[in-house]
Design a protein around this ligand. Structure first.
Ligand code: CAO
Length: 559
């Protein structure tokens, strides 16, 4: 397939708009709807998404250029992409940008200067989801300050205040579906009753001055919510500023395009804490990424740390700053640098623990028969040098449970769930330099002997620091076994982007009531951590109960 042009789509009633960000580089492979440019007029900022998938071969515009509908802004090589998927789904599909929603004429109440806030013309959408409510009763808002963020399957857009004043009521909630003309709430217009407004406006609400606030009304054709790694070629922005002490800033004042807002929402980053390095202080993707990095490394103090007691920003992690202690004051110390593996795994574990709502579910499996089978097989295969530990059976049992409960073999991608049809099981391996997770591929197609042999080989490579990156990639579920060491139960941290992990502790012979008497049974403690965004408690319990039944009687795996 030949190279094709990417053309500026219908961007509403704008003749020439500024290119303020270029979000892709030559050589990047982009999918349909990936944002390529951000444009800004005096009224709106908007992302221009690719309407074809492929590899970018040329970018024909630069920041500061003025462009209009029909201009060719890039060329794309579609040859690497399968024919059916390269074209946009419909010929008339996504209008790339529309004019900022115009405020609908608001009926003014005769008695007081209170106006109804209604959903303005939002284009060809019947009903759209409310994904953010940015103002609440008592808030003072300025003209054009966003009140709501709406999201259809094609676009996200902010609904701005049509007058300056104090919000009296907001009647919509996140998750509601609304359409043009629907009531959002009421606003007491500033100027009409100044004394009342001054009283009811909370003093702590900061509204950016007109001079400082860039155009805040934004609309785009596509808000996929899909993460994209920041482009390495983009300039590295300055470190984000520290949050203002006790500044209860209104979140809507952050200057960022819808795609950056969606990105920040996915990462749980409070945009008010992020310093924008773009034009007019606009927040770029890289700014959000850098902010998160700095938070995880402890370089940036989160908002709640500086807030007075009881005050919370809600959007950030609200953690106290890391304690700074002069340990040498209390006795002899020795400093050792963290290994490279510890630094990498530590950052990953901290992110996963902070960002994934973990639920831990415990159980004990009766593995008396399985242990007998393991010992017998070890004898039978002694000559071949096979050595089976319980872990190989656990891998097999987990694959069976993953097949029965596919949500456990998935990953979250924005608001989509990716269900994987392959079963690559990772296992945590303890090495002198720290924790690594080698991955055994296609465990559904391998027997326990093969799995055990591969595990031994990978664990050996891990201990010698010789694992290749691809031997640690592609895992769909992880098992962390501390059974060889001891302990009763522990809560393993999910290995993102997986959604669950099984922890295994040391088995123990315990008296178990069989209905008539106590019997000595070999019991294996299991700890399952799962991502509660993906898996409900009932499903978590069903998974571990099923896994338990398999381990108690592996013949069930044949069913
Ligand atoms: N209960 C009782 N004994 C157990 C057991 C259990 N649940 N699991 C293993 N054992 C026994 C094995 O049978 C073996 O006994 P023998 O020496 O008599 O044969 C012994 O403990 C040592 O097993 P192993 O550790 O060599 O083998 P494994 O297959 O159980 O585990 C590996 C392999 C690589 C996972 C393991 O060596 C390891 O590194 N574990 C640590 C994982 C870890 O650090 N997890 C924490 C992650 S979160 O920080």
């Amino acid at each position: 397939m030949a190279k094709v042009d990417l053309i500026v789509p219908d961007i509403g009633n704008f003749d020439d708009v500024d290119v303020i960000e270029i979000l892709a580089n030559v050589g990047d492979t982009v999918a349909i709807d990936d944002p390529i440019l951000t444009l800004e007029s005096d009224k709106a900022s908007m992302d221009v998404p690719a309407d074809k998938a492929g590899t970018i071969t040329e970018i024909l515009v630069k920041i500061g250029d003025k462009i209009k509908e029909g201009d060719v802004y890039a060329r794309i090589d579609m040859s690497a992409v399968d024919e059916p998927s390269v074209e946009a789904p419909k010929a008339d599909a996504p209008v790339a940008a529309k004019e900022a929603p115009q405020a609908a004429p608001a009926p003014v109440s005769a008695a007081a200067e209170v106006i109804e806030l209604r959903v303005p013309d939002i284009g060809n959408f019947d009903e759209v989801d409310v994904i953010e409510v940015l103002a609440s009763a008592g808030d003072r808002v300025e003209l054009d300050q966003p009140l709501l963020t709406l999201e259809s399957d094609k676009a996200s857009m902010d609904v701005p205040a049509e007058k300056t004043g104090v919000i009296e009521s907001i009647v919509v909630n996140v998750g509601d579906k609304i359409k043009e003309g629907d009531l959002i709430g009421t606003l007491k217009v500033e100027g009409a009753a100044p004394a009342v407004v001054a009283q009811s406006a909370p003093a702590q609400v900061q509204v950016a001055s007109e001079a400082a606030a860039p155009a805040r009304t934004e609309s785009i054709a596509s808000a996929t919510g899909v993460f994209k790694a920041p482009h390495p070629a983009d300039p590295i922005p300055e470190a984000p500023h520290m949050p203002e002490p006790a500044a209860n800033v209104d979140i809507s004042t952050a200057h960022a395009s819808p795609s950056v807002r969606a990105f920040a929402r996915e990462l749980g980053a409070d945009l008010n804490q992020v310093k924008g390095s773009g034009r007019k202080g606009r927040i770029l993707r890289d700014d959000v990424t850098l902010y998160i990095k700095n938070v995880l490394s402890g370089k940036t103090q989160l908002a709640g740390a500086a807030a007075p007691q009881g005050a919370s920003y809600g959007g950030g992690l609200d953690l106290l700053p890391w304690p700074k202690v002069d340990f040498a004051k209390f006795g002899e110390i020795e400093e050792t640098p963290l290994s490279r593996i510890k630094k990498i795994s530590g950052a990953n574990l901290a992110r996963n623990w902070a960002m994934i709502p973990h639920v831990a579910q415990f159980d004990e499996a009766d593995i008396t028969s399985l242990e007998a089978l393991r010992k017998q097989l070890n004898k039978e295969f002694e000559r071949e040098g096979a050595r089976l530990t319980i872990l190989a059976f656990l891998v097999k049992a987990c694959v069976k449970a993953l097949q029965k409960f596919p949500e456990f073999n998935s990953s979250l991608d924005g608001d989509k769930l990716i269900l994987k049809k392959y079963y690559h099981i990772g296992f945590a391996a303890d090495t002198p330099n720290g924790l690594v997770v080698p991955v055994i591929r296609d465990c559904d197609k391998k027997g326990v002997i093969e799995i055990a042999a591969e595990m031994r080989e990978l664990a050996g490579l891990a201990r010698d620091g010789k694992l290749k990156p691809d031997q640690m990639q592609g895992g769909t579920f992880t098992i962390s076994s501390l059974g060889g060491i001891g302990g009763t139960n522990f809560i393993p941290i999910i290995n993102a982007p997986e959604v669950a992990i099984l922890g295994v502790s040391r088995n123990e012979t315990k008296p178990v009531w069989n209905g008539k008497e106590f019997e000595p049974r070999l019991m294996l403690p299991l700890s399952l951590s799962y991502d509660h965004r993906v898996i409900d408690g009932a499903l978590g319990a069903r998974f571990i109960v099923y896994l338990n039944a398999l381990l108690t009687d592996m013949r069930r795996a044949l069913i």
